[in-house]
Design a protein around this ligand. Structure first.
Ligand SMILES: Cc1cc2nc3c(=O)[nH]c(=O)nc-3n(C[C@H](O)[C@H](O)[C@H](O)COP(=O)(O)OP(=O)(O)OC[C@H]3O[C@@H](n4cnc5c(N)ncnc54)[C@H](O)[C@@H]3O)c2cc1C
Length: 383
């Protein structure tokens, strides 16, 4: 591990900030977030940055340690990629196995601008739809980069053995998803996240076997250690022995996922509790748009007291059929009272409200939404 003398006594015992007044009077500098997006036209920013950034000589890489906290799609990919590049990686997760990260719950698919369907897709259109789906709150240059590398990501996943759905002739299949008018979503039945994570986990395991990644399961990060303004280590609790452990490195990557557990019941796993993000916040990291949490309104309802999470309805059903409600209140009441069946309501008494309100999108309207209402309610949000 990195030669950093001591991290003892570095567990921050200051209370978590209670309300906005506390935050205002805290020692944090002004709320000015420098997202460090490179200069230049949007389509060139990250390409230029990549072409000009400083490189690390392969002989030096093996002297540099990186801590990656998280083993979901973000963490497993980061850890295995950094290890493949030659860095020494220390990878942590709460679960008993890296492959139990919440990412296994993702169902519907992953977008890429391959334009296999010849329906007018492009990198720009994927960029635009994603910014719009994010209610114009995303960092546009980063979204552009995501759209730009989307095709490479699909190629890499296929090479890792992810069994995406295929057409009868063997070519990769696509469906439309998340309110988009083009079909650009690559999927594996309703278990895309699970299959993607198995691919990332296989790459991670390869690096663990080579000794390039050291895997620490059942460890919960309790604190980030800052030395000279840089994250240089972490304090974790070993969830088997209960002991505190300390790890030091030259860099720390937090890939600890979302905080959906701020909702009492959600489709997120119990581990999505924001425990790592709050530690980074207490050490001065900025968090923004905290209300912008993805929720899934179409879930199988609560069915017992011991239920820990909601189950998303199969996204394989998306875009099929038509969505309607009864036009007349008395019909709705009769259905609710069991006096009428939905099939008793004739077409003219049905309100196909999505087709009425969003004629260009109709039933493409997504089944998931941000927890805050989009500023323009007529804009379908992305899944
Ligand atoms: C039901 C459902 C369906 C979805 N469907 C889709 C979809 O079709 N397409 C799509 O693009 N997205 C989808 N999403 C969203 C997607 O699943 C997530 O955005 C993505 O999986 C997040 O990946 P991640 O690697 O950032 O986090 P996670 O997979 O949550 O991984 C977080 C990791 O961090 C670790 N961790 C967290 N806190 C700590 C700590 N304090 N100490 C140590 N380790 C810690 C955890 O152990 C875990 O390994 C869906 C989400 C849900 C809930």
């Amino acid at each position: 591990m990195a030669d950093i003398k001591s991290v003892e006594g570095m567990i921050d015992s200051t209370p978590i900030m209670k309300d906005y007044a506390d935050i205002e009077s805290s020692k944090l500098p002004e709320y000015q977030i420098d997202s460090k997006i490179p200069e230049g036209p949007i389509a060139d920013k990250w390409t230029n940055y990549k072409a000009h950034q400083k490189l690390v000589n392969p002989a030096n890489k093996r002297n540099l340690d990186v801590i990656v906290v998280g083993t979901g799609l973000a963490g497993a990919s980061a850890a295995s990629t950094l290890a493949e590049l030659g860095f020494n990686v220390y990878n942590f997760c709460i679960q008993d196995s890296p492959r139990r990260a919440h990412s296994i719950a993702a169902q519907g698919g992953i977008n890429a601008a391959k334009d296999y369907q010849n329906d007018g897709d492009s990198v720009y259109r994927l960029f635009y739809d994603t910014v719009k789906g994010g209610d114009f709150r995303s960092r546009e240059a980063n979204v552009y980069r995501l759209a730009e590398v989307s095709n490479n990501i699909i190629d890499q996943c296929v090479q890792q053995g992810v069994p995406f759905a295929r057409e009868y002739g063997g070519l990769l299949a696509n469906r439309s998803f998340g309110g988009a008018q083009v079909s650009r979503t690559f999927y594996a039945k309703g278990q895309t996240g699970q299959q993607l994570l198995l691919g990332a986990y296989a790459s991670l395991n390869r690096q663990i076997e080579k000794g390039q990644v050291r895997s620490f399961n059942r460890r919960e990060m309790l604190d980030v250690v800052i030395i000279d303004g840089r994250a240089r280590g972490i304090i974790v609790r070993n969830l088997v022995t209960g002991e505190l452990e300390r790890y030091a490195a030259h860099a720390v990557v937090l890939a600890t996922g979302g905080y959906g557990r701020t909702f009492f019941l959600s489709t997120n796993a119990m581990g999505c509790n924001g425990s790592a993000a709050i530690q980074a916040f207490r050490k001065g990291a900025y968090l923004s748009n905290l209300a912008f949490t993805q929720i899934h309104p179409t879930c199988i309802p609560v069915h017992g007291e011991d239920q820990s999470k909601l189950t998303l309805m199969s996204e394989s059903l998306r875009n099929d059929g038509r969505i309607w409600v009864p036009k007349k209140k008395e019909d709705a009441e009769a259905i609710r009272a069991g006096k009428k069946k939905p099939t008793d309501i004739p077409d003219e008494d049905r309100d196909f409200y999505l087709e009425r309100r969003y004629p260009a999108f109709g039933n493409l309207c997504p089944a998931t939404s941000p927890a805050v209402p989009p500023r323009n309610a007529a804009t379908p949000a992305s899944a």
